[in-house]
Design a protein around this ligand. Structure first.
Ligand SMILES: Nc1ncnc2c1ncn2[C@@H]1O[C@H](COP(=O)(O)OP(=O)(O)OP(=O)(O)O)[C@@H](O)[C@H]1O
Length: 239
């Protein structure tokens, strides 16, 4: 039955870019109403994986199923949200104009003003997106990912550049969404973030899943999550 399938099923995924394998026989799942974190060094393939899951890249090998449907198809579009790492496309638009436009694309969007309040966007209402600070742009990106009431949301380093207040507020929001039944898949380099939020963690290295488990399982021998990360991955940059 479709309702019992995981939110995300990735099977034997392979992606070649620039003549090189970026993802190589990568398989993982993310459960419904859960928060799943994808960790990995710089260049491990996390963003590429999310792009496959949202239909932006067609894999060279393997398959992806989101909510039991094909990524990027019309069935998935209305039910899947994405917060990208950065987006230059919204350069001149003001945050609330952007959210109102995005809301107009969905049948049952969240109320724009309430979401903007929640993410502290009202004071930024008149500032073009490109003039916002990095953390403020992240808050707008997050609002854009959530405005359509997605059942599954991909968040690519959602709190990168956020100060501790904004980061904690974002954690709270993500926890509330999970409690409300939303499935969340995020990438992060912040080990304490992954440890605080995740129901399940996949550590990716060189395009493959190196190890998966709950925080309790991964750290059962007394290691920190960072120790587990370091022991299961190669240096991504300059290492
Ligand atoms: N269009 C492309 N052509 C060639 N190589 C690419 C292309 N896009 C990505 N890559 C390469 O694929 C690898 C994985 O990139 P990706 O952005 O998925 O990594 P990541 O795990 O998200 O890294 P980070 O943590 O630094 O954001 C990198 O080596 C990158 O240079």
């Amino acid at each position: 039955m479709q309702g019992l399938r995981p939110a995300l099923e990735v099977t034997g995924l392979g992606v070649d870019l620039g003549g090189h394998p970026v993802l190589d026989d990568l398989s993982l799942t993310a459960a419904r109403s859960a928060l799943t974190s994808i960790l990995g060094p710089n260049g491990a393939g996390k963003t590429t994986l999310i792009r496959c899951c949202t239909g932006l890249i067609r894999p060279t090998r393997g398959s992806v199923s989101v909510l039991g449907t094909e990524p990027g198809g019309t069935a998935a579009a209305a039910r899947v949200g994405m917060m990208p790492q950065s987006t230059g496309a919204w350069s001149g638009i003001r945050p609330l104009e952007l959210l109102r436009y995005l809301a107009s694309l969905y049948a049952r969007p969240l109320p724009v003003d309430a979401l903007a309040d929640r993410l502290g966007l009202h004071p930024l209402a008149k500032t073009p997106y490109r003039r916002l600070s990095g953390g403020q742009q992240q808050a707008v990106n997050l609002a854009g990912a959530l405005i359509g009431r997605p059942e599954l949301v991909f968040l690519d380093e959602p709190t990168a550049g956020m100060d501790p207040h904004a980061r904690r507020a974002t954690w709270e929001l993500l926890r509330e969404l999970r409690t409300a039944g939303v499935s969340l898949v995020l990438t992060t380099h912040a080990m304490e973030e992954a440890a605080a939020l995740s129901d399940l963690i996949h550590i990716v290295d060189r395009g493959r899943v190196a190890v998966s488990g709950t925080v309790t399982e991964l750290t059962a021998d007394g290691s920190s999550l960072e120790d587990v990360f370091l022991a299961n991955t190669h240096a991504g940059l300059g290492g």
